[in-house]
Design a protein around this ligand. Sequence first.
Ligand code: IPM
Ligand code: MN
Length: 366
Amino acid sequence: MNIAVIGGDGTGPEVVAEGLKALKAVAKKVGFEYKTTDFNVSGERYLATGGDPAQASQPIIQADEVAQLRTFDAIYLGAVGHDKVAPGILEKGLLLKLRFELDQYINLRPVKLYPNVWTPLKDKGPADIDFVVIRENTEDVYSGMGGNTHVGTPNEIATQVMVATRFGVERAIRYAFETCRRRNNPKHRVTLVGKNNVLTFVHGLWFRAFQEIGKEYPDIEKDYNHVDACCMWFVKSPEHYDTIVTSNLFGDIITDLAAMIQGGMGVASGGNINPKGVSMYEPIGGSAPKYTGLGVINPIAAIGAMAMLLRETGAKLADAKLVDAGNRVEAAILATTPKMKSMSAGKMGFSTSQVGDLIVEAIAKA
Ligand code: IPM
Ligand code: MN
């Protein structure tokens, strides 16, 4: 298996190092070969090569680098975001660019409360918080359509177009039903999260497509929540959920809320998935500039992203060893979180690399 590694900025490289430690340990345990190739793509490089911190003055990632990335089995990403680069430049120039160019049309975000991890929800435990969000990853207000006019005047107008295509919506919904079947959770339920009481055009399309495609999955319950109600239920009754499918922006927002109920940004991982192409796995927490270089950041999210990388790449390549390896890394996380004092940076009771060592130990022992 060939993995491209983009450490990125801030704490990205630190947490990626721990995920790679887990990979090395599990490859030895299970017995498979792999190769990693580092890509130095970051805000740091952008600035060092004369990039303007205030506006995108040159590509963050070169066309030949994108072309190379296409040849890998998977991409492992640390973090995107730099405190000296204006918001939007790196996000659009790197993360969104790769999602679009590699057509990673699914954003897969498992929401799972690991054992002994603190949740702000009173009276809820690991049995209650275990679902997955499938976020459409290429359309919606992320399409980049829109603009500003009369800038600098009191009459300024801005638009940001909410785009939905039947094609894009349909492939996300199908992926959700298939994921639900694969999960085989007793609930057998897919919840569409939308806003068809106001966004009648876009979410009308989602709703109709969901009902129609849903007929092909008679074994699965079709459920619908408005996005605002979904936020309420995440806090009140997270045990309701099995598999959620939603549009890009709603998915972005609800998965940050979901990350909090599963223990915080130190825990939450995501996959940007093209089921037939090159997928990219990342901790969803960002670059955390204030913790950079201190060895205090929680690597569990990045290690979880490695577990997902192994499992999903294994499924894609029909390689049972890789799937087994992914499951083993996840089992090591389950064995490690109870030893940690907290999931928050600086409060874990261990340094970043010590948490990685605990994972390696758990993999070796299992
Ligand atoms: C995420 C992030 C990105 C998004 C940003 C960094 C562009 O918040 O992966 O959820 O909005 O998709
Ligand atoms: Mn987000």
